[in-house]
Design a protein around this ligand. Structure first.
Ligand SMILES: [Zn+2]
Length: 139
C-alpha cells in the first residue's frame, strides 16, 4: 500500500514559465521573472512577458511581503487538506502581481483587507517546496 502525500503537487512544475519559480522555492527563494527585452517584472510566472510577449527572462528574488486583498474560509476540500482553512489573495509588495496562498497563523476573524502578510516557504519534501502566507508582525 502506498501512502499519499498530504498535499497536492502543482500541475505546472515543468511548464516553461513556472519551472524556475518552483526551483527557487526549493532553495528558499521566492522568485519572479523580469523580461530581458522590456524590463517588465511580473507575477505569476508565465511563458511569455505580459507586456511584450517575449520569452527570455532573468529571475529576481522578491521580498515575500504583501497585503491581503481578499480571503475565504474553506470548509470542504479535497481529502488531502485539513478543513477548515483560510485561502487568501495576496497583493505582492513589489506591486508586480497577486498570489493565492493558504493563510496560517490567524483566524478568519483576525483577518482584514490590507493586512500585512509574508509568504513563507515550507521545508522541501519529495523534491519540492510549497508556500503559504502568515501575518507579518512589525519587526
Ligand atoms: Zn517584455
Amino acid at each position: 500500500m502506498t501512502s499519499k502525500p498530504n498535499y497536492l503537487k502543482p500541475t505546472n512544475l515543468e511548464s516553461p514559465g513556472a519551472r524556475k519559480f518552483w526551483e527557487g522555492l526549493r532553495t528558499g527563494k521566492f522568485l519572479a521573472p523580469r523580461c530581458e527585452d522590456c524590463g517588465e517584472l511580473f507575477f505569476p510566472p508565465r511563458a511569455y512577458c505580459p507586456e511584450c510577449l517575449k520569452d527570455s527572462f532573468a529571475w529576481e528574488e522578491l521580498s515575500g511581503k504583501g497585503f491581503l486583498y481578499s480571503w475565504t474560509e474553506l470548509f470542504f476540500s479535497l481529502p488531502e487538506f485539513d478543513t477548515p482553512f483560510l485561502l487568501g489573495l495576496v497583493d505582492l509588495a513589489e506591486g508586480v502581481g497577486r498570489i493565492t496562498a493558504k493563510i496560517s497563523g490567524e483566524t478568519a476573524g483576525g483577518l482584514y483587507i490590507g493586512m500585512p502578510l509574508i509568504i513563507r516557504i515550507s521545508n522541501p519534501r519529495d523534491g519540492m517546496a510549497l508556500y503559504y502566507a502568515e501575518p507579518l508582525c512589525s519587526e
